[in-house]
Design a binder for this molecule. Structure first.
Ligand SMILES: [Zn+2]
Length: 354
């Protein structure tokens, strides 16, 4: 703690905070299920949660105690049962498509409100929660939400590629640029050969993620276990982050409930030991302790030896109060941007008249 009191640090960082979400993030956000109590499945219980057992029994496919990842990739590799694969995919799509955020603020709401337009969230999750959280928190906020990329597709989002660059929107709505219907995103299922180059949306999502990761100052991995069928994903992420020994100023934080030894196995090739930290809860992360100022707070603590007072997300607040709590930070960002634009303009005029 310092004498900075309640002062909000200036939003002077241009470099992004990049967040990567896996299935564990959605499970942490909704341990008791969605608004109607629909449970969030993981790979090891997806067959039970989605009640796929009778379909598999009818086709004589063993599934007791089998992980969905192993079952699905086994079916695809065998080349048998194309009808079963189609039926599984239809069930998965409709299950996730029907999920809704609860009425009260959740981790997803706190996450999207605590990042700025320069920041970036890449998600492996098919569920619609990120998109729903952005929708309900960024209406009338007088600021853009953080960017998002759906690395394995999303049930509620689509894209239009009738022009360049692509535009994104809600699935089944019309494109804001050309008025044609937006195409639904392809969901990428757990097989080793996912082919990230098979459609324009997935190519763009990966290109954006890799580009922004090269510039990231903080990188948070939340609830992503890097399963064996994601070797290519991990390779692409590592390639973008680059040689860990050259990223001595940056920090990786992992939010995960797994044992430290497991996490170390997954992430140690990625980062230098002294440049990563592990939290068991989202609310202990830099994002949640320094909302909308995570990079500034980390920089001040590590480079300036001047740690900021924590301004933790007030988890107990309902929506109107929560939005009111964030507003002074957003106002400060808008003032800061306006001042910078005026200075740039002034400099331009001075140069033009010299
Ligand atoms: Zn279009």
């Amino acid at each position: 703690m310092t004498d900075s009191g309640d002062r909000i640090p200036d939003p002077r960082f241009g470099r992004p905070h990049v967040v990567l979400l896996g299935a564990g993030a959605s499970l942490a956000a909704f341990p008791n299920g969605d608004r109607r109590g629909k449970r969030l499945p993981l790979m090891n219980n997806l067959i039970d949660v989605l009640e796929l057992g009778s379909l598999l029994d009818r086709h004589g496919i063993a599934h007791k105690g089998v992980n969905f990842e192993a079952l699905y990739s086994g079916l695809v590799t065998s080349g048998q049962h194309p009808d079963v694969i189609r039926a599984i995919e239809a069930s998965v799509f409709s299950y996730f498509h029907g999920m809704r955020l609860p009425d009260h603020p959740t981790i997803y709401d706190h996450l999207v409100l605590s990042l700025r337009p320069k920041d970036f969230i890449a998600t492996f999750n098919w569920d619609p929660f990120l998109e729903q959280a952005i929708q309900r928190n960024y209406v009338d906020r007088r600021v853009q939400p953080p960017h998002i990329a759906c690395l394995h597709g999303c049930v509620s989002l689509g894209y239009c590629d009738r022009h360049k660059p692509l535009t994104f929107g809600k699935a089944n709505m019309n494109c804001l640029r050309c008025g044609e219907e937006v195409k639904g995103m392809r969901l990428l299922y757990p097989v080793t050969q996912k082919n990230y180059n098979a459609d324009p949306h997935t190519i763009a999502a990966w290109q954006d993620t890799q580009m922004v990761m090269r510039h990231a100052y903080l990188f948070t991995v939340f609830g992503y276990s890097a399963p064996t069928t994601d070797v290519e994903a991990v390779r692409l992420l590592k390639e973008a982050w680059g040689d860990p020994s050259k990223r001595e100023l940056e920090q990786v934080e992992v939010i995960d409930i797994r044992a430290f030894e497991d996490l170390e196995k997954t992430w140690s090739p990625f980062v230098l030991r002294e440049h990563w930290e592990v939290h068991h809860s989202f609310y202990h992360s830099w994002i949640a302790r320094h909302p909308r100022r995570s990079c500034e707070a980390f920089f001040n603590a590590t480079m300036m030896c001047a740690p900021e007072s924590e301004r933790p997300i007030p988890r107990e607040l309902g929506f109107p109060e929560l939005w009111k709590w964030y507003q002074p930070m957003i106002d400060q960002e808008n003032e800061y941007e306006a001042k910078r634009a005026a200075e740039d303009h002034h400099q331009g005029v001075t140069e033009a008249t010299q």
